[in-house]
Write a protein that binds this ligand. Structure first.
Ligand code: HEM
Length: 153
């Protein structure tokens, strides 16, 4: 299971880089009023795929590392900040981010003008990226903090 945890930890950087690429495209596209290009489409498609992969790895960790079992004694486990973070906060907020990314992509596709596409890209992917950043157990966060990098031994 250590391998899955390492993959989940490392893959966060792919999600963040692709999310940032999407956000920069949305910002520059919206404010410079340029056409919606294949580069814009590619960035948010790759961002969505990276979120799909991270969700799958996260679900495996959730079921195999005992977090799911902790839901059975929810009352007691919610009193513990680490259990509360990984069983509820991290999971719920990141599934919400994943939903926003999927809705966002459909909304961008259905928008009629290039400027509307960039605006929707900015709103949906921007909020999703914000949720992702605040839900990561960064090492500086008390109690729940995890390392920036994990690597295979
Ligand atoms: C973009 C989405 C996500 C990002 C960026 C992300 C990132 C992270 C990071 C950095 C860790 C700490 C890993 C370590 O200990 O080094 C972690 C832990 C964890 N994540 Fe995620 N995660 C995401 C989505 C999810 C989802 C959707 C789930 C569940 C369905 C999930 C379940 C977990 C669990 C259970 C742990 C604790 C692993 C353990 O120690 O047993 N994650 N996540």
């Amino acid at each position: 299971m250590q391998t899955i945890l390492i993959l989940h930890s490392l893959f966060r950087w792919a999600v963040l880089i692709l999310g940032l690429w999407t956000l920069i495209n949305a910002l520059t596209g919206y404010f410079s009023k340029r056409t919606y290009s294949s580069n814009d489409n590619r960035s948010n498609l790759f961002f969505m795929i990276s979120c799909d992969i991270q969700l799958l790895i996260g679900l495996v960790l959730y079921y195999t590392n005992g977090w799911f079992d902790r839901l059975k004694d929810l009352g007691n486990n919610m009193k513990d900040p680490i259990n509360r973070f990984f069983t509820m906060e991290h999971t719920t907020l990141l599934i919400l981010a994943w939903i926003l990314v999927h809705i966002g992509r459909a909304k961008v596709k259905s928008a009629q003008t290039d400027n509307a596409k960039h605006k929707r890209m900015l709103i949906f992917f921007g909020i999703a990226l914000l949720l992702i950043v605040i839900s990561i157990p960064w090492p500086f966060r008390q109690l729940i903090g995890r390392p920036y990098f994990r690597w295979f031994n």
